[in-house]
Design a binder for this molecule. Structure first.
Ligand code: IMO
Ligand code: MG
Length: 409
């Protein structure tokens, strides 16, 4: 059975958690391959809301849970989520890659310190230590999950490094002991495990964190996260051949949001934006910050679909637009009097592009339950399919798992 990768196409918060949860039953394992506890993946089951930052969103089902080496792992956050899963459905079957980058309390402190240095140009990071932990790995100063468990890494150089910048460093020995206890018996080789699962007929779902536009290389640098977010990163990040990636399903919200700083061409200032934020509950699942809200941006989406190799699309939160009277979709950007629909080339000037909108019939008051979509909603989906050249195979019309329309049949 082929694997499937779920990847965000905007600036994160597209609803990946819900889509992963929707598909999880068809797979034997769910794999986190990137990011860390900067992610906040929300699942609503029977009116109860669960947010996972590190564990895969398939955690409430009895699935093999895998955390790959490309994840920046905060063992104490992991422990909290493992406890939640234990209380809900029993012990999780978790394997953490022994090469996983760790987030220690120092990286979190460093994250806040660097944000302070940036002043008005702050990125607005989640302060979960993500950027610093990838940086410390690149500097080869930080232990990996296996190093911590095996006690084979001397953190002395990291401590000397941090003492240069930070005051009031917390004592690290307690953290090391706790982190080791959390990870003990759970580390191994995730890539090998995935290949063995596939070879014995069991498939996995790869759960992307963040979104394409937050990718450290292909996103809106420097207003990005500290590592890779593309589906293309799955094979390299997990140490598996490209052929194991399987299909790539992109997730896009029917409007756009962004948390933190950085250019946002379709941002809505004023009443419609506030309305969407309130109705769509657009507050960060990790930090609680209000998300910036904007119209759907086909220019950014086309770029994301193209560089990710997306083969089908899940459109989320369409129901929110049925509660808003205004409706716009951005089809191109205007820069210095010229129009372009090439996001990659517009990127260096993204802060001063003007969106070119198509006025659409509003979805206000439409009922999205059961059967096919009503005319104006179907028109929006058609516009997306034409512009992106991919099938919109899922439409999410509410938070609950059951509020999902399958259009692939
Ligand atoms: P999910 O997986 C939304 C954003 C932060 C900030 C920038 C850098 O839930 O979609 P970082 O802490 O990563 O160094 O912050 O990236 N960011 C996210 N925004 N959803 C996420 O993940 C995010 N992960 C990071 O808000 O602007
Ligand atoms: Mg989020």
């Amino acid at each position: 059975m082929p694997n499937l990768c779920i990847v965000g196409l905007q600036w994160g918060d597209e609803g990946k958690g819900k889509i992963v949860d929707f598909f999880a039953d068809r797979f034997d394992g769910v794999v986190r391959y990137n990011g860390g506890s900067n992610a906040g993946h929300t699942i609503v089951i029977g009116g109860r809301t669960f947010v996972f930052h590190l564990l895969p969103s398939g955690s409430l089902k009895k699935k093999k849970l895998l955390i790959g080496p490309g994840v920046a792992l905060d063992p104490l956050t992991l422990e909290g989520e493992l406890r939640l899963v234990r209380e809900e459905r029993g012990e999780a079957d978790l394997l953490v890659d022994e090469r996983c980058t760790l987030v220690t309390p120092y990286e979190k402190q460093m994250d806040a310190f660097i944000e302070g240095l940036r002043g008005d140009d702050a990125i607005g990071t989640t302060k979960r230590g993500i950027g610093p932990s990838y940086a410390m790995r690149a500097l080869r100063l930080t232990p990996r999950a296996g190093d911590l468990v095996n006690g084979t890494f001397d953190m002395g150089n990291a401590l000397s490094f941090y003492e240069t910048f930070l005051r009031d460093l917390p004592e690290i020995e307690t953290w090391k002991a706790e982190a080791k206890r959390v990870l003990q018996g759970k580390t191994g080789d995730v890539g090998q495990t995935i290949m063995e699962m596939n070879e014995s007929g069991r498939s996995v779902l790869f759960e992307g964190a963040q979104g394409v536009l937050l990718d450290i290389v292909y996103g809106t640098y420097p207003y990005v996260t500290g590592a890779h977010t593309l589906a293309n990163y799955v094979p390299a990040g997990l140490g598996i051949p490209n052929s194991y990636l399987g299909e790539v399903m992109g997730v896009a919200k029917a409007y756009t949001t962004r948390v933190g700083g950085g250019p946002f061409p379709t941002e809505i200032f004023g009443e419609s934006g506030e309305k969407i934020r309130a109705i769509g509950r657009e507050y960060g699942a990790t930090t609680g910050r209000p998300r910036r809200v904007g119209w759907l941006d086909l220019v950014g989406l086309r770029y994301a679909v193209r560089i990710n190799g997306v083969s089908e699309l899940a459109l989320t939160k369409l129901d929110i637009l049925t509660k808003v009277k205004e409706m716009k979709v951005c089809e191109a950007y205007s820069i210095d009097g010229a129009e372009t629909s090439d996001f990659g080339r517009a990127l260096p000037k993204l802060g001063r592009v003007e969106p070119v909108y198509r006025e659409m019939s509003s979805l206000f008051g439409l009922e999205l339950e059961d059967g096919g979509l009503p005319g104006p909603a179907e028109k929006l989906v058609g516009l997306l399919e034409d512009a992106l050249k991919v099938k919109v195979s899922l439409v999410s019309t509410g938070q609950e798992r059951s509020a999902t329309m399958n259009r692939s049949m």
